[in-house]
Ligand binder design. Structure first.
Ligand code: SF4
Length: 505
């Protein structure tokens, strides 16, 4: 088929990350300890493609845009970046999507700031845009439209925006605006340079299409938006919408039909699916898990994209729901754990009150450290492995706040988890705040960095061997990652000492 609208992205996004979603995050770092090609092998192996260069699996957000365009009658398809040449003659619009085009998002910007080296995702996207086929497309008059969660980053790279000839940036949920923009592009009408899709233009449930082809690692969306209102987060500006179960199952079917047996339930808080405000309800969650697990069978893996720590604690303490979901539905001979991202952000009650007053709800913000610790214990006991984030350098943060975070890290030591500290990136209601960079680091931050590094390298070994990369097919990957952990651990003390020296001088 000849495609007039082609969607693509760079290799760090166009990959199934060895079917281990978390390995995708490795691309947020610079290539230290290993050559870049090996780094890319770990994080972003090439996907299977058909003879037209369409990948078997593609990033979920791009699949949604592709589906919207197909439903509107366009000849549109996602094409792997190595196969764009096949469509150069028919292509009239080329679209790009990314989570982190220029590595300004967390944690890429942090690794970059700390090491002074460009992260792999940024290098990879720049390489894509400099490819002869992309240059040729521009010379031919193909219109370029870029979007996705990292659309805002183009505002920090005006020179590259102009140099590469990107016509339009779409910042926000694209479903309601993308068809009109592509029509304009195909009719050679003038395109707006920047389209900001605010909450009032968010698509309704009926406007959100079902994907037409598989998503990376079987990711399917179960809801959009989040009611907690954290000031540093842009998701919170969007209205809350629950995707009906039949649409969720239709997307699982699409993935299964193409041999993708696993599913990652995507939401900013999976446990709030049809919740009573911020209080998880057993009935919709059990119904959702039962239906999805029946579809994928005992062989399929399941993961949650995100969950809030307050919901974990509430669900277990009020309804024994975490242990019920894990023991009665999720865990089996093959599925030994469930991975999820969670946000700690700070251990300080005072700071939590200022920037994320509802993060602990239905518990009061004064209980935040206790909420975090209880949720970690509950997850540890139920074979849920969290990848948690902390934010350093939030506006209004004081040294005492950072000390509280360090104290909380001590309390979290016994619980199996990965904890990643991130430097504050101005977003959401705090988008006018200042970036937190290496020069702003104080002694208290160094302590937190050190504690997270030790915590994570300690637990990463066990997680890798016992849960995450158990199969013999992952042996080479396991050895490389083990070497990497050893290397990071060996360099950690030296690195921390050099940071201390830098803040003294
Ligand atoms: S809980 Fe998470 S998704 Fe919700 S507003 Fe806070 S940071 Fe954003």
């Amino acid at each position: 088929m000849k495609y007039e609208v082609v969607l693509t992205t760079d290799r760090t996004m166009m990959s199934n990350h060895h079917r281990k979603e978390f390995l995708g995050f490795v691309a947020t770092g610079p290539p230290i300890a290993l050559p870049e090609w090996l780094w890319l092998y770990i994080t972003a192996p090439k996907p299977k493609v058909d003879k037209e260069g369409k990948p078997l699996e593609a990033p979920y957000g791009m699949r949604k845009v592709e589906a919207k365009l197909i439903e509107a009658g366009f000849k549109a398809a996602i094409i792997d970046p190595d196969h764009l040449e096949k469509h150069i003659d028919s292509m009239r619009v080329l679209m790009f999507g990314h989570h982190d085009y220029f590595a300004y998002g967390p944690p890429s910007s942090e690794w970059w700031s700390l090491t002074g080296l460009e992260p792999v995702n940024r290098r990879s996207f720049k390489r894509l845009m400099e490819k002869p086929v992309i240059r040729k497309a521009k010379e031919k008059g193909v219109k370029f439209i870029a979007g996705g969660p990292a659309a805002w980053q183009w505002l920090w790279e005006l020179e590259l925006w102009r140099k590469w000839g990107v016509d339009t940036i779409v910042d926000g949920e694209a479903e309601r605006v993308i068809v009109g923009l592509v029509e304009k592009a195909l009719n050679n009408e003038d395109l707006p340079e920047y389209v900001y899709v605010g909450p009032s233009d968010s698509p309704s449930i009926d406007e959100i299409p079902v994907i037409k082809a598989p998503s990376v690692n079987g990711l399917v969306e179960i809801m959009r938006g989040c009611p907690r209102g954290c000031k540093f987060c842009s998701v919170t500006l969007r209205p809350l919408r629950f995707i009906p179960l039949d649409k969720i199952l239709a997307e699982v079917e699409v993935n299964l039909r193409h041999g993708i047996k696993g599913v990652i339930l995507h939401s900013e808080d999976v446990l709030l699916y049809h919740a009573d405000g911020v209080k998880p309800r057993p009935e919709p969650l059990i119904k959702l898990h039962k239906a999805v697990l029946e579809k994928i069978g005992s062989e399929g893996d399941i993961g949650w994209a995100h969950a809030s720590l307050a919901a974990v604690k509430y669900a277990e303490e009020e309804h024994k729901l975490i242990s019920k979901l894990m023991n009665d539905y999720i865990l089996n001979e093959r599925r030994k754990f469930l991975g999820v991202e969670v946000g700690i952000e700070t251990g300080s009650v005072e700071l939590a009150k200022k920037i994320m007053i509802a993060k602990s709800a239905p518990y009061p913000p004064e209980m935040w450290p206790e909420v975090v610790e209880d949720a970690f214990r509950i997850m540890h006991e139920n074979n849920i492995i969290p990848a948690a984030t902390l934010i350093l350098g939030l506006p209004e943060e004081t040294p005492e706040d950072v000390v509280k975070t360090a104290e909380l890290l001590d309390r979290l030591k016994p619980y199996r988890s990965i904890i990643v500290p991130m430097f504050f990136v101005p977003m959401g209601a705090l988008k006018k705040g200042n970036w937190f960079l290496k020069d702003h680091i104080k002694r208290e931050h160094i302590e937190v960095l050190y504690k997270t590094l030790k915590h994570t390298t300690y637990w990463a070994g066990e997680i890798m061997n016992k849960y995450y990369l158990r199969s013999p097919v992952y042996a080479p990957l396991r050895y490389i990652l083990r070497y990497f952990i050893w290397y990071v651990n060996r360099r950690a003390d030296k690195f921390i000492k050099s940071l201390e020296y830098q803040i003294k001088s």
